[in-house]
Design a protein around this ligand. Structure first.
Ligand SMILES: [Zn+2]
Ligand SMILES: [Zn+2]
Length: 376
């Protein structure tokens, strides 16, 4: 055997934890349900813990700390840090350091900690079961988080906190409500098993299954079904291209529970400075992909020259709109730096951007009509 193929040593405690929670969830939990039954309170606690675990990872670990897409009031940060410890996905600091490397080196098998290039199993859970060099935590990429006292407190007390939240809290609640094993099994073990694997789907399935709406430069996919299971994180293709945006599902009808949660926090004063990528950049990325697809269709089929010319003309128009937008941005940057911007200039700039956005929208419609005609 080639020495390079030799797998790193198995991490026994992690492997045991995943195996034990899976076996108990799949065997003991149903057995106990059939023989003893579960009360509504046990199911209620399961649902509540699951929801809070999910939001702590998506609104906390992911969008607040790993990507700084908004600012949180200390009350919200504490809340997300404490419930986040119950997810048993490591401290905010470690999780964010690994996640930033996932974005920076996406699909590079030797650097992306959960590279989809190494397959579905590896990106889902395999990367945590062995001591892979790519999984080494690089704390140099989280200088901002090292200055955050709540993050550092959670990092320091992570193990006692996670033990209390996972073992102590379900046991105490089970004892207090007179249903010790029922609550330990549902709110303790089954909740952990379900929350773990649904979060892991983002690293695995969301890099294999779905549409590449905005870019093909990495393996991330947009998938509404995964969004339903992951508090809105299924729009992963958008997220990989626009990681500074607090949203993953950008349309009002796209299910993104985390986006709505952050918005509720904004209204109540718990969140501020929500970051959004300019609409024009999003439209530009989307149209670029649609042109690529249309051009592929044309290349694959023997069409008459008129269609090819039409797509080329549309593409030239698209390029000129982009150029106009870039010039406008540069002009604006100069004006802002010189502090010469007047209200009239601001309005004129805004109207011009809106006009360019409208042009792209119309072009998308025309391109969609051309694509439908090409299929026939
Ligand atoms: Zn991310
Ligand atoms: Zn990803």
């Amino acid at each position: 055997m080639n020495t390079q193929d030799k797998k790193p040593p198995l991490l026994f405690s992690t492997t045991f934890m995943f195996a034990a929670t899976a076996l108990v969830s799949l065997i003991v939990v149903p057995w106990y349900g059939f023989t003893h039954g579960y009360s509504a309170a046990a199911w209620g606690l399961f649902a509540l813990f699951w929801l809070l675990n999910g939001l702590s990872i998506t609104a906390g670990y992911h969008r607040l700390w790993a990507h700084s897409t908004y600012k949180a009031h200390p009350a919200l940060s504490w809340f997300l840090a404490i419930w986040g410890a119950q997810t048993l996905q490591n401290s905010i600091l470690v999780w964010s350091a690994q996640h930033r490397n996932h974005h920076k080196y996406v699909d590079q098998n030797d650097k992306d900690p959960y590279s989809a290039g190494k397959g579905l199993w590896y990106s889902h859970i395999g990367w945590m079961l062995r001591d892979y060099p790519s999984g080494e935590t690089d704390f140099n990429n989280v200088p901002d988080l090292k200055r955050d006292p709540i993050v550092m407190w959670q990092h320091r007390w992570y193990w006692p906190l996670t033990a209390f939240m996972n073992i102590g809290a379900p046991m105490l609640l089970g004892w207090a409500l007179g249903e010790f094993w029922g609550i330990v099994l549902l709110a303790g073990v089954l909740r952990l098993f379900v929350a773990h694997h649904l979060t892991f789907f983002i690293n695995s399935l969301a890099h294999f299954w779905g549409k590449q709406t905005y870019t093909e430069k990495n393996s991330a996919r947009d998938n509404w079904m995964l969004a339903l299971l992951t508090w809105g994180e299924g729009y992963h293709n958008f997220h990989h291209l626009f990681q500074s945006d607090y949203r993953n599902g950008i349309r009002w009808w796209q299910y993104d529970l985390t986006k709505w949660f952050i918005n509720i926090c904004r209204v109540t004063g718990l969140a501020s400075g929500l970051r959004r990528v300019p609409k024009f950049r999003i439209l530009r990325a989307r149209l670029t992909m649609e042109f690529i697809r249309a051009q592929r269709k044309v290349e694959d089929s023997p069409l008459d020259q008129n269609w090819k010319t039409l797509i080329e003309q549309e593409y030239l128009q698209f390029k000129s709109t982009i150029q106009e937008w870039q010039e406008l941005q540069a002009e604006r940057a100069n004006e802002v730096s010189e502090k010469l911007i007047s209200r009239w200039q601001k309005t004129a700039f805004h109207t011009h951007v809106k006009e360019l956005e409208y042009r792209l929208k119309m072009q998308r419609r025309r391109l969609a009509l051309i694509s439908v005609s090409l299929v026939k």
